[in-house]
Design a protein. Structure first.
Ligand code: DGL
Length: 247
C-alpha cells in the first residue's frame, strides 16, 4: 500500500516522520513538498484550492492509496474540494483535530475544565476560523515568519522566534496546538506548555479510521526495503540534505 503525503515544503516531513517511526517499510511512501510556492500561509483561498487540486492530481498519477494532507493550511479548505474524481482516501489535519477534540478523553478533560488553548498557525489557518468547530476555546496566533526561516534551514533563528511567540501567550493557557506542520521542528524545546501536535495525532487517526494494521503482513521473514520517494517543486543539494536530516 502506498501513502502520499504533501505540504507546502518541508513541514509535512514531521507527519511522514511519525509514520516512518511506526511502520518503517510496511508501506511505501511518496512525499511532495511545493517548495517553489511556499509559504502557503499568505496565499489566497482561491490560489490554495488550485494548488490542492494540482497536488491531488499528481498523487493520482503516483497511484497512491491514501493521501495525507500534511499541511494545516490546505487541510482547512479540504471540505471545499471535490474529491469524487479520486480513488484514494484523503486524511486532512482539520479532521484529525476535529476528531481529537470531540472523541478523545484528553480533550474532554480540557473541555470540562473550560481551559483556553493557544493555536500557533499560519495566517491562512487563523483566518479560516475553522478551529471554532472544535468545541474548545482557542486563542489563535499567526506566526508568519517561521515557515520561511525553516524552509531556508535557519532552525536556530526559528527556535528563537518560537520562544518569543510563546512568551506572549497569557498565563492561564497551558495547552498549545502546533497548528502548522513546520512548527513541529522548532517546538521540541522545553516550555511550560503541553503540546498538542497534529503530526502525532494524524498517525493515531490513520490507525483508527483507515485500516491501521489490518492490511499489514506482520509475519514476514524477509527484510523489506524502504520505498520512499521525496519530490519538491524546487530544491538543490543543500535543501535535499536538510530535508533528509529532518526525517
Ligand atoms: N506546513 C503548512 C501548514 O501546516 C504550510 C505552512 C506554509 O507554507 O505557510 O500549514
Amino acid at each position: 500500500m502506498k501513502l502520499g503525503f504533501y505540504d507546502s515544503g518541508l513541514g509535512g516531513l514531521s507527519v511522514l516522520r511519525e509514520f516512518l517511526r511506526e511502520y518503517k517499510a510496511d508501506y511505501s511512501y511518496v512525499y511532495f513538498g511545493d517548495s517553489a510556492r511556499a509559504p502557503y500561509g499568505n496565499k489566497s483561498k482561491a490560489e490554495l484550492k488550485v494548488f490542492i487540486k494540482e497536488i491531488l492530481d499528481y498523487m493520482n498519477d503516483k497511484e497512491v492509496d491514501v493521501v495525507i494532507s500534511a499541511c494545516n493550511t490546505t487541510s482547512m479548505l479540504m471540505h471545499e474540494i471535490d474529491l469524487d474524481p479520486y480513488l484514494f482516501q484523503v486524511i486532512n489535519l482539520y479532521d484529525v483535530m476535529n476528531d481529537y477534540f470531540h472523541n478523545s478523553l484528553e480533550a474532554s478533560i480540557i473541555r470540562d475544565l473550560h481551559s483556553r488553548l493557544a493555536l500557533l498557525a499560519t495566517q491562512s489557518t487563523v483566518d479560516s476560523k475553522r478551529y471554532l468547530n472544535w468545541g474548545v476555546e482557542i486563542l489563535p496566533i499567526a506566526c508568519p515568519d517561521l515557515v520561511p526561516l525553516i524552509e531556508s534551514a535557519d532552525i536556530d533563528t526559528a527556535k528563537q522566534k518560537w520562544q518569543v511567540y510563546l512568551s506572549k501567550i497569557p498565563e492561564d493557557i497551558r495547552h498549545l496546538i502546533i497548528g502548522c506542520t513546520h512548527f513541529s521542528f522548532v517546538a521540541d524545546q522545553p516550555s511550560r506548555f503541553e503540546l498538542i501536535d497534529p503530526a502525532k495525532l494524524c498517525l493515531k487517526y490513520f490507525q483508527n479510521t483507515i485500516m491501521g494494521d489490518t492490511l499489514l503482513n506482520h509475519g514476514h521473514k524477509l527484510e523489506k526495503r524502504l520505498e520512499l520517494e521525496l519530490y519538491f517543486s524546487k530544491s538543490d543539494e543543500k535543501y535535499l540534505r536538510f530535508a533528509e536530516s529532518l526525517l
